[in-house]
Design a protein. Structure first.
Length: 396
């Protein structure tokens, strides 16, 4: 597997749901020691989640959802705002390299875990904030989650095929924002290696989802134009589209005139090149309403595998449209290690990049408060002190 690139790095995390935990998960998968703090008497919501996206969850399902975003972390239950818990928290921060949170600013201030306070405790700390709407402006402190972030950022508009907004399920905004937050943390660590001082880094759901729309927002802001909505039967570019085959779907990508010629020959449609309406790729795009029905009819005559291998042989950009529930057993996915099996028997997606031979650790999720005694013991707390902290409800 190779050496873990973040081995020895200490991370403290106070986060919930998906965005913040995802950032901590990436660091843990890269070998960092991540300590997740949950409040005393209040577990992370995903430990008891009842259902999502039409799937009802029993306790085993809720355990899996929590593990999906928190495997490989040590979990402690600590009241960081209490008289007994605050010194423990500060001792953790003194030894930490990174602090990760996606709690709103008002909650962080109330808990005494704001950037100014923690950087005073540890000036070398990389303080990472994940937000919803952002960090400035009237609605910066409004509650925000996946659907709300997608809505405000325009993403629901961009991915819709009609004027009616579309919400793609799967917490895409949370996952993308958590990934960006992890990238910001790595940048902060590089800066610290150069300057010797910590920093405050962060991103928000709106910022991240706008980043994913760089082309669309750019066209609108600079040229005053909107990209055409995707339409299977009237695609703006018939060669950047998806077509139904006799047994499935296939996607092609061609942006050069030479590629259009190869497509035509590969599909036994070379005669179209003699028609002035379809002689060049520019002609094809201008006459898309006429050429799309011809392509639709031709693709439906053969199975996906037939078209895939023909286009591959021609050196064209092509892929079958995979269903997401097929990927865990797809030979190419398995060969590249894009699906990993964990010690608890579940499968999931490891870090989405490789570093030399390292492609992620394989950990399990801790139970609520499971690591409290071990972590505090490493900080120097004795058995008697742990009992005193429990009596004071500072830990669990």
């Amino acid at each position: 597997m190779g050496d873990a690139p973040l081995e020895g790095l200490k991370v403290v995390e106070i986060s919930m749901y998906a965005q913040g935990p995802l950032a901590g998960l990436i660091l843990a998968n890269l070998g960092a020691e991540v300590t997740k703090i949950e409040p005393v008497g209040s577990q992370d919501p995903f430990r008891t989640y009842a259902g999502m996206y039409g799937i009802q969850l029993d306790q085993a399902g809720a355990d899996w959802i929590f593990a999906l975003l928190n495997r490989g972390k040590r979990c402690i239950a600590l009241d960081i705002a209490s008289d007994g818990g605050r010194p423990v928290f500060h001792r953790l921060i003194e030894q930490a390299d990174v602090f990760v949170t996606n709690l709103r600013g008002s909650a962080i201030d109330r808990l005494g875990a704001d950037p100014a306070t923690l950087l005073a405790v540890n000036p070398r700390l990389v303080y990472a904030r994940g937000a919803g709407f952002g960090f400035a402006g009237e609605i910066a402190n409004d509650p925000c989650q996946d659907t709300v972030g997608m809505a405000y950022s325009g993403f629901m508009d961009l991915v819709s095929t009609t004027e009616e907004p579309h919400y793609p399920p799967g917490a895409l905004s949370d996952i993308a924002t958590g990934s960006n937050l992890a990238s910001a943390i790595l940048a902060g660590l590089v800066k610290r290696s150069l300057t010797g001082t910590g920093s405050v880094v962060g991103t928000s759901q709106v910022q991240t989802m706008m980043w994913l729309q760089t082309f669309g927002i750019g066209f609108a802001a600079n040229l005053g134009k909107r990209m055409a909505r995707f339409d299977l039967r009237k695609a703006a570019s018939p060669l950047l589209s998806v077509y139904q085959t006799s047994d499935g779907w296939i996607s092609i990508g061609a942006v050069l005139d030479e590629q259009w010629k190869r497509v035509a020959h590969t599909m036994d449609l070379a005669h179209l090149l003699e028609d002035p309406r379809f002689a060049t790729l520019t002609d094809v795009i201008e006459n898309n309403a006429e050429v799309v029905p011809l392509l639709i009819d031709r693709f439906r005559q053969e199975p996906t595998e037939h078209w895939w291998q023909l286009f591959r042989s021609a050196g064209l950009w092509v892929s079958p449209v995979r269903r997401y529930d097929e990927l865990a057993t797809d030979a190419h996915i398995v060969a590249n290690g894009y699906i990993a099996q964990y010690p608890d028997g579940s499968v999931g997606i490891p870090v989405p990049f490789d570093i030399d031979a390292f492609n992620g650790t394989r950990g399990v999720a801790s139970g609520y408060g499971e690591d409290t005694d071990a972590v505090l013991g490493e900080l120097g707390y004795t058995e008697e002190q742990l009992i005193e902290l429990r009596v004071a409800d500072a830990i669990w």
